[in-house]
Design a protein. Structure first.
Length: 507
């Protein structure tokens, strides 16, 4: 394998017994590191010993390091024994439970760069690592992308330890496991794999670990990068992972037997396996009555079909199959296009791209300015295009309606796939009319039926419903009442799918 480092391969250099030798090594490793704090101290009464502190500024809780740990070592070690000083410092001098012993310089570097404080002791080839981390973070923010009317407003943060707590406080079970790995030879990004041990399918975990070990990369900076590196459907616009910023949604997925992947420095976590049906489920579906949730889901499925099909269907009717609509509506379409010098295909494509440009500008500009650009720009461009006979009013309505329906899907990555496939159906409809439209829809369904996510059919439960005795239909397009959903989805392993037992009333 080609090296990712320009220098020689890293070697596990052992800790030297002489403190001065270790200090030289540390000074060479952290040369020109302005945020690295290094200081030698002498502690003990009659039996003095030199120690060497090392940590990164603003990555530790400085008050605890200097006012508690360091101060205690300097002023409370008068009874330091002549022998076994390292063990005495470890047992009596460190006032923290999260302590580990390091034996190689590579481990020292990794711990320091992760925010730990390390203490060298002269005469010993071991190092004390104390976890007194104090990263700058924004705490627990509120949801901004998956807003709900009812339910928790907490959202995941960029800090991994905050995200772990948000899940732990929702799942108080010792069988809830969190396994951490480091990804990236330079960034050493912490990746936490969360699952409930007695529910998750072992094959899903094995597949995930295999994918994480299948590549070596310089660095990972967001969960989106990890998603692209581990997915198998590289050439499909449909995501193989479900991303969410909501802790309650992630906790619910875990209780269904799914796996949650948290990437440090990313506020979006990944859920796997996933299905097409999961992208239509919003968090407040489970906090509202089943009739309202069912109605909302029907609207979402209908909206996703319109987001893909509406422009292509309009082109089909105007160019080829006017008999599909009433005569009055066909005449209305023809009158609206009067004076427009462009073909219907070019007209639709130009307006669709104009909307995409407005959307991109609205995202990149600051909040108030972006909203203004989106609203004012859309009104001005649409009205000016109609008045200048560059586009018909009907096309403006079609494009606007298509945009609205695309954003009713609760997941942005999933709705973006529909926005992309829309252009395929537009071109097929422009070339072959109704046959092209039907061909485009057929290609879409064939592609979806060929996809899998960690062994789970993408169109579950609409295909392979017998995998779970058709119980997954209870939470598909129609959401059954909560007390009727007694079985977990097919994500969970066999023998662990019962999640609700009703108690019989005593007569």
């Amino acid at each position: 394998m080609q090296k990712l480092y320009d220098d020689q391969e890293k070697v596990a250099v052992p800790i030297a017994k002489k403190l001065d030798q270790n200090v030289k090594t540390v000074e060479a490793l952290f040369k020109d590191a302005a945020d690295c704090v290094k200081r030698k101290f002498t502690i003990g009464g009659e039996n003095k010993v030199d120690i060497y502190f090392l940590y990164l500024d603003n990555m530790v809780n400085k008050e605890l390091v200097e006012m508690d740990t360091l101060r205690y070592l300097i002023y409370k070690m008068d009874d330091l024994p002549r022998e076994k000083q390292f063990e005495y410092i470890l047992d009596k001098g460190i006032r923290s439970a999260d302590v580990s012993i390091l034996t190689t310089m590579e481990d020292v570097v990794d711990n320091v760069l992760s925010g730990d404080t390390v203490i060298f002791v002269d005469g010993y080839n071991q190092v004390i690592s104390v976890s007194i981390r104090g990263f700058a973070n924004r705490g627990v923010p509120t949801t901004s992308k998956e807003v709900t009317v009812r339910g928790s407003q907490e959202a995941f943060s960029e800090a991994l330890f905050v995200n772990r707590v948000l899940l732990r406080k929702r799942i108080k079970d010792t069988r809830f496991k969190i396994v951490q790995k480091k990804v990236g030879v330079r960034t050493k990004t912490d990746v936490a794999i969360c699952y409930i041990e007695d529910i998750v399918k072992p094959g899903v975990l094995e597949d995930l670990y295999e994918r994480l070990d299948s590549f070596v990369i310089d660095g990972i900076f967001d969960s989106g990068m990890l998603e692209q590196l581990t997915e198998r459907n590289h050439y499909s616009p449909f995501p193989e992972f479900q991303s969410t910023e909501r802790p309650d949604k992630a906790a619910s997925a875990l209780t269904e037997g799914r796996v949650c992947v948290i990437v440090d420095n990313s506020p979006m976590v990944l859920l796997l396996p996933t299905t097409l049906n999961a992208f239509y489920q919003a968090s407040d579906d489970y906090y509202s009555r089943w009739e309202i949730a069912t109605f909302a889901r029907i609207l979402r499925y209908l909206a996703s079909f319109l987001a893909v099909a509406l422009p292509g269907l309009y082109i089909t009717i105007v160019n080829y199959q006017a008999e599909l609509v009433s005569s009055s509506l066909a005449l209305s379409f023809a009158a609206a296009r009067e004076g427009v010098p462009f073909s219907i295909l070019l007209e639709v494509i130009v307006m669709e791209i104009a909307f995409e440009l407005l959307l991109e500008a609205g995202i990149r500009l600051p909040g108030p300015m972006g909203n203004t650009i989106g609203i004012v720009g859309g009104l001005i461009i649409g009205d000016a295009a109609v008045n200048a006979h560059l586009a018909s009013p009907m096309v403006v309505i079609i494009v606007a309606l298509t945009a609205i329906t695309a954003f009713t899907i609760p997941n942005e990555a999933f709705s973006a796939a529909f926005r992309l496939i829309r252009y395929m159906i537009i071109f097929l409809s422009a070339w072959w009319g109704l046959y092209g439209f039907i061909l485009g829809v057929a290609i879409l369904f064939i592609h979806l039926s060929s996809l899998t996510s960690f062994g789970m059919p993408y169109l579950m439960p609409f295909v392979g419903s017998t995998l779970n005795d058709s119980n997954d239909y209870q939470d598909a397009i129609i959401k059954m009442p909560l007390d009727k959903q007694t079985v977990r989805p097919a994500f969970a392993k066999q023998g662990a799918r019962r999640r609700l037992i009703k108690k019989q009333k005593n007569k």
